[in-house]
Ligand binder design. Structure first.
Ligand SMILES: O=P(O)(O)OC[C@H]1O[C@H](OP(=O)(O)OP(=O)(O)O)[C@H](O)[C@@H]1O
Ligand SMILES: Nc1ncnc2[nH]cnc12
Length: 170
C-alpha cells in the first residue's frame, strides 16, 4: 500500500504560500490508517520506551492508536487552558504561526524514556517545544515519530539529539 496516495495537497492553506498536507483521506480509510499505525508500531516494538507524548490535535490521532498497540501510557500535550491540573507551558513558532503547548507536571516520571509522536514534522517548532516540556519534567527523549516529514523545512535540525523516524518524507 502506498500511504502517499492518502495524503492530499491543499495549496495556500491556512495561509498563502503554504502547501498543506491533509491527512483526512488517510483517516477515512481504515486500511490505510491501520497500515500506518501498524508500520509505526512495528518500528517501535523493540525500542525501550516508557511513554508516548503527542501534541494536540492531529498528533493525538496517530499517537492514541500507537500507544494502545504498544501498550504504553499516552501523555497529551495540549493547547493552553485545556488541561485541568498544574502544567508546564511553552510558547513556540510553527510553519504558519505561533502557538503554545502545556503538559501536566505529573504526566511523566522523572527518568522515563518518552517517545514524541506527531502527524507531521514541518519546522520542528512543535516537537522541539514538546521535547522541552518532557525534559522540564525530568524525563528523557526516546525519539521522535511522524507520519509525514517535510524534509525541505529542515525540522530535524531544531529537534534535540534523538532518533527521528518518519513513514513518509517529502
Ligand atoms: O513542525 P511544525 O512547524 O511545528 O509544524 C507541525 C505541527 O503543525 C501541525 O499542528 P497545528 O499546530 O497546525 O495544530 P493541529 O494539530 O491542531 O491542526 C501539525 O499537526 C504539527 O503538530
Ligand atoms: N504544510 C503543512 N501541512 C500540514 N500540517 C502542517 N503543519 C505545519 N505545516 C504543515
Amino acid at each position: 500500500m502506498n500511504l502517499a496516495d492518502y495524503i492530499r495537497d491543499i495549496p495556500d492553506f491556512p495561509k498563502p504560500g503554504i502547501l498543506f498536507k491533509d491527512i483526512t483521506p488517510l483517516l477515512a480509510s481504515p486500511q490505510a490508517f491501520g497500515h500506518a499505525v501498524d508500520q509505526m508500531a512495528a518500528h517501535y516494538e523493540s525500542h525501550a520506551i516508557d511513554a508516548i507524548a503527542a501534541a494536540e490535535a492531529r498528533g493525538f490521532l496517530i499517537a492514541a492508536p500507537l500507544a494502545l498497540r504498544l501498550n504504553k501510557p499516552l501523555v497529551p500535550l495540549r493547547k493552553p487552558g485545556k488541561l485541568p491540573y498544574r502544567t508546564y507551558s511553552l510558547k513556540y513558532d510553527l510553519e504558519y504561526g505561533s502557538a503554545e503547548l502545556q503538559m501536566h507536571i505529573d504526566s511523566v516520571t522523572p527518568g522515563a524514556r518518552v517517545l514524541l509522536v506527531d502527524d507531521l514534522l514541518a519546522t520542528g517548532g512543535t516537537m522541539a517545544a514538546g521535547a522541552q516540556l518532557i525534559q522540564q519534567a525530568g524525563a528523557n527523549i526516546a525519539g521522535f515519530g511522524f507520519l509525514v516529514e517535510l524534509a525541505f523545512l529542515n525540522g530535524r535540525e531544531r529537534l534535540p539529539q534523538a532518533a527521528v523516524y518518519s513513514l513518509l518524507t517529502y
